[in-house]
Design a protein around this ligand. Structure first.
Ligand code: NIG
Ligand code: FE
Length: 408
């Protein structure tokens, strides 16, 4: 990916996430930033700004707030079709589980995705990535999981890679072959898990960085998830897990026990699960757009924060439970519905997301880190929750290069 050199001045409020500075967000008032060949080279008060490097683009931020580019650590972006009909059914009283048990849910997206061409899938995935880039996301995790056989899972990981290469956003691919039992193995979850381990993983692992499983009541058990994640590790994929979304189903404990990079969803948590995640150093990826879309209570975000667990926020963008692409919108929900402070929400959407992906080179504006920046269309990061419906981002830099200009 090409890089850029830029000097950002006239920043109203600069969020650095630098632990060496004050407060959770390491704020700098009247700040400036220099990015040289894609990496942050200098951060400080504008009155101390050193001379600009040769060929630098000058960017006047007009008193707006500047934050590290958002890191969306959990999405299912590569899919075809939509499920607006199911969404309507849910609003009329059916539950997600009832629709899933009746053959809808993930299975209906699998059917639509299998029958879409590679160019259709690449086009819709690129369009989603472009819209995400415009709302300040500079890194996004993309899971497979709507293919459920070797050919289709591989195809989705290839689509994620191709779409990511065409948009100024880093895509981190995750193999989620164990998203649900495929139609070919209906009624034989163990047989399907064998197939995931013996056939899909060896072929898909070169295209992915992480291995994920939907471990939940009515989907895959803790034992089945453990088998897949252990096999994933043998193929070089670090584990992460859909855990405790539908019920208190043991996924969070498994994630902690295996030292998974993250445990995601976590809508049903006991205190002991929180302690286990903390002790294991597993990042809790919270997805408030899912609870909003399903009209269910939010996860225990504040308790996780207070227990010292590293918390990340993500969109979970998918056609079933969270058709949401914007991280600023997720920050708004996390504050308004989950009760996180604006500081916790912004940190979780940037540095927290980076740590959930094991990426220590981003999510903070500190010399040496990636020059991934969102220049907000607001004087303060608090406005992301205070004005949740307003256009949130004015400009985005990916590795120091402007990706969108004058959006608002
Ligand atoms: O993260 N929980 C499992 N997977 C998705 C939903 C997928 C779907 O409904 O299509 C999720 O919520
Ligand atoms: Fe998910």
């Amino acid at each position: 990916m090409t890089t850029g050199t830029a000097v950002l001045t006239n920043i109203g409020q600069l969020v650095t996430n630098d632990p060496e500075r004050d407060g959770l967000l390491g704020l700098v008032e009247s700040g400036a930033v220099i990015i040289e060949e894609g990496l942050v080279a200098w951060v400080g008060e504008e009155s101390d700004l050193p001379p600009a490097p040769g060929g630098a683009a000058s960017i006047d931020c007009h008193g707006n707030a500047v934050v590290p580019g958002f890191v969306d650590a959990h999405t299912h972006l590569a899919f075809a079709g939509d499920r607006a009909d199911e969404f309507g059914r849910r609003l009329r009283g059916e539950s997600y589980e009832e629709i899933m048990a009746a053959g809808g849910g993930i299975q209906s997206t699998v059917a639509a995705t299998r029958s879409a061409s590679v160019s259709e899938l690449t086009g819709t995935t690129m369009a989603r990535l472009r819209r995400m880039s415009r709302t300040g996301t500079t890194t996004v995790e993309v899971k497979s999981g709507y293919g459920l056989d070797l050919h289709n899972e591989k195809r989705l990981l290839a689509v994620a890679g191709a779409a990511g290469a065409a948009v100024p956003i880093d895509v981190v691919p995750t193999f989620l072959g164990a998203h649900t039992v495929s139609p070919e193995f209906a009624g034989d979850a163990d047989g399907y898990i064998d197939n995931v381990i013996e056939e899909m993983l060896p072929a898909c692992s070169p295209l992915a960085r992480f291995c994920d499983v939907f471990c939940d009541l009515g989907v895959f058990s803790v034992e089945q998830a453990r088998r897949v994640l252990e096999a994933g590790r043998m193929h070089g994929l670090e584990p992460r897990l859909h855990a405790n979304q539908l019920a208190h189903s043991g996924g969070a404990r498994l994630a902690a026990e295996m030292g998974a990079v993250s445990a995601d969803h976590l809508d049903h948590l006991h205190d002991e699960d929180i302690t286990a995640l903390h002790d294991a150093g597993t990042v809790a990826v919270l997805l408030p757009g899912v609870s909003l879309s399903l009209r269910l209570p939010q996860a225990r975000g504040i308790d996780l924060w207070e227990a010292g667990v590293t918390v990340a926020l993500a969109t979970d963008c998918n056609p079933g439970t969270s058709n949401i692409e914007s991280m600023p919108f997720v920050i708004g929900i996390a504050c308004l519905e989950m009760g996180l402070s604006p500081e916790q929400a912004v940190w979780s959407a940037t540095r927290g997301g980076a740590l959930a992906l094991g990426l220590r080179d981003r999510g903070a504006l500190v010399p040496g880190m990636l020059g991934d920046v969102a220049i907000l269309a607001h004087p303060s990061y608090v406005h992301l929750a205070y004005r949740p419906d307003a256009p949130a981002v004015a400009w985005v830099l990916k590795r120091g290069r402007p990706t969108v200009a004058d959006l608002v």
